[in-house]
Design a protein around this ligand. Structure first.
Ligand SMILES: [Zn+2]
Length: 258
């Protein structure tokens, strides 16, 4: 399993940022809600959207309404996340009680948005739609989605996009969705992540100053930090200046491609 799959938060207990925890709990408690998760790539927009979905369907939430990350529903949502699908919780029995859909806007069609509106009448209890890379939808599609959002009664709708793409999101949509800004990791949090993963993967810290260099190189983006540590493991398993030089160009390429 890649470090990314291994160390990305599975349940709310794995989130370190208290702001993010509060936001997820707020969204779960206030279903149906319309939220926009806005932030640079790799800062966890998808992870938070998934945790909200898990919180809505978890069969083993704690008294604070937090998803466990381990029950059948949590596991299934985690496993199939990112694949566009309808999914009905097993406890729903014969009658449809809800579902979730995760739509990657890099490839969504107007038929799919139309289908969403059409199927709306079936959702009696809970329904959540997540639009990833929302800024990639065309203007007509965004207008369709606006109609869908205005008409719906039972759906939580979450849209995700990067701050620099805000101008490509319909102003009326921006006004209707509660914005939540995600931030990159600051140096101390990035270094804590590096140390935690290094400890559990038996990666040596050859040179303590290389930890802050690595955090800076990865620009505070958790996904890049994890990829860098995996490369270091392959390059000999020690965090030192020599290995950082080895992986530097690949990290910069990853950063520039996003
Ligand atoms: Zn659960």
């Amino acid at each position: 399993m890649n470090y990314k799959s291994k160390y990305m938060p599975k349940g709310l207990q794995d989130l370190n940022d208290k702001r993010n925890i509060k936001m997820v709990r707020h969204a779960i408690a206030n279903h149906p809600i319309h939220m926009a998760l806005v932030g640079p790539f790799g800062t966890g927009k998808t992870t938070l959207a998934r945790l909200i979905t898990q919180g809505m369907y978890c069969t083993d939430t704690d008294p604070q309404n937090r998803p466990c990350g381990k029950c059948k529903n949590c596991e299934r949502i985690g496993e199939y996340w990112g694949i566009r699908q309808y999914w009905w919780p097993p406890e729903g029995g014969k009658s449809i009680v809800g579902g979730y859909e995760c739509i990657d806007c890099t490839s969504v069609t107007s038929e799919e948005i139309a289908l969403l509106s059409k199927d709306q009448r079936y959702y009696e209890r809970r329904h959540i739609v997540v639009f990833e890379e929302f800024h990639r939808t065309t203007t007509p599609l965004q207008e369709r989605l606006l109609t869908f959002t205005d008409m719906q009664r039972n759906s939580t709708v979450i849209i995700c996009y990067a701050l620099e793409n805000m101008s490509r999101v319909n102003a009326a949509i921006r006004q209707r969705f509660l914005p939540f800004n995600l931030k990159k990791l600051d140096d101390s949090h990035a270094e804590a992540l590096i140390k935690r993963v290094a400890a559990s993967e038996s990666i040596n810290i050859g040179d303590p100053s290389a930890i802050s260099m690595l955090a800076t190189l990865c620009d505070g983006i958790p996904r890049i930090v994890l990829a860098a540590l995996e490369m270091i493991k392959i390059e000999g398993g020690e965090i030192n200046e020599k290995n950082l030089v080895q992986i530097e160009s690949r990290i910069k390429l990853m950063l520039s491609e996003e």
